[in-house]
Design a protein around this ligand. Structure first.
Ligand code: GLA
Length: 392
């Protein structure tokens, strides 16, 4: 009886999907990233020096350091893995760097992790390697055969072969090719925010899409990109995320306060958390910034709401992210040159009466407050709070 009921419910569900024009495969794709994807990517630290040995070492450390336990899952190879196509048009990795991609995927999977790869809708990637242009179906099949779980698809030379009104079709082509393999593969669009990708990213199968040009390991660039996300919150949600680019935490050109601002802002933005440092040699401090469970919980909150700015006063900014339990995560940021007081007024974040506040970096309950809360925030630093109204 129960089985018959379940079958009936499934059939009704499939019919409903068909009525609203969603294929079951496309529906499954949208379920792939219910919270922002977390992992590591080779580009920000290793660039074109990436190889099999490095990827294995990063996977090992993702487990041994506690990053996997903190939620990091994808081990993503960026550009420069590509070799040549064979006479039938199938892509092969650069043998010297990646002798056996299937064996590498098996290794990553054996650690309970997932493997990501990179290509372009154009004939060449940004690094000048083989892209997927006119080989989309073959490449998707190859990735599925290797056991790939995530594809970053980077516009690069596609600008020479597609006109602006063909952007969406170019991305959708690979989406369909991935779906046809039957393997769940997270689809990460990378075209730097052109043509307001956040408006159409989900309809071409994107689970995430870059909203900006490349990040760099300095506070000015990180803050420009992070705070520049204002206005995009309504386009993100479970299965489809704005991607302000990968993390630079631990790459050495920002101090701990700046990296904490980077992590806090990305979590308030419900951004994908893709570490971009060398995990195998990272310091304890870098690890602790990347794995603070209370801060990660803000990013991974099941409501999947992206945060937004509630006030800006000179170099001082207050951002808020609504959480599933009715509480709010609040970031008090200081872009100025010295320590300054930053204030959140509870009315501005939708609370009246008494609230209780917890400091998520200090792991400390601060007590109950009315009206507003002010913290001294260091230069380029952050104070990140969880604000809760009893009964909310
Ligand atoms: C572009 C992307 C980067 C990286 C490089 C690789 O610049 O935005 O994230 O993938 O290409 O060549």
């Amino acid at each position: 009886m129960r089985k018959i009921l379940t079958t009936h419910i499934s059939i009704i569900f499939m019919v409903l999907l068909a009525v609203v024009g969603i294929s079951p495969a496309a529906f499954a794709q949208a379920q792939l990233a219910p919270t922002p994807p977390m992992g590591w990517n080779s580009w920000n630290h290793f660039g074109c020096k990436v190889n099999d040995t490095i990827v294995r070492a990063e996977a090992d450390t993702m487990v041994s350091s506690g990053m996997k336990a903190a939620g990091y899952e994808y081990v993503n190879i960026d550009d420069c893995w590509e070799g040549v196509r064979d006479s039938k048009g199938f892509i092969h990795p650069n043998d010297a760097r990646f002798p056996d991609m299937k064996a590498l995927a098996d290794y990553v999977h054996s650690k309970g992790l997932k493997l990501g790869i990179y290509s372009s809708p154009g004939p060449h990637t940004c690094g000048g390697y083989e892209g997927s242009y006119r080989h989309e179906k073959q490449d998707a099949e190859t990735y599925a055969k290797w056991g790939v779980d995530y594809l970053k698809y980077d516009w690069c030379s596609a600008r020479y072969v597609y006109k602006p009104d063909q952007y969406q079709a170019a991305f959708e082509k690979m989406h369909k090719a991935l779906l046809a393999t039957g393997r769940p593969i997270v689809y990460s669009l990378c075209e730097y925010g052109m043509d307001r990708v956040w408006q159409w990213g989900p309809s071409v199968g994107g689970n995430l899409w870059r909203t900006t040009d490349d990040i760099e390991d300095n506070y000015t660039r990180m803050a420009f990109i992070g705070f520049g996300q204002e206005g995009l919150a309504r386009f993100a949600g479970p299965g489809h995320w704005n991607d302000p680019d990968m993390l630079e935490i631990g790459n050495g050109h920002m101090n701990a306060n700046e990296y904490r601002s980077h992590m806090s802002l990305w979590c308030i933005l419900a951004a994908p958390l893709i570490a971009g440092n060398d995990l195998a040699t990272m310091s304890k401090q870098t690890l602790s910034i990347l794995t603070n469970p209370e801060v990660i919980a803000v990013d991974q909150d099941p409501a999947g709401k992206e945060g937004y700015q509630v006030s800006e006063e000179g170099p001082l900014r207050v951002w808020v992210k609504p959480l599933a339990d009715g509480s709010k995560a609040v970031g008090l940021f200081n872009e100025g040159k010295s320590t300054m007081p930053v204030t959140v007024r509870f009315k501005e974040i939708g609370f009246s009466g008494k609230v209780s506040i917890r400091d998520l970096w200090a792991h400390k309950d601060l007590g109950a407050f009315s009206g507003s809360y002010t913290a001294q925030v260091p230069r380029h630093g952050v104070v990140m709070l969880k604000v809760q109204q009893p009964g909310s």
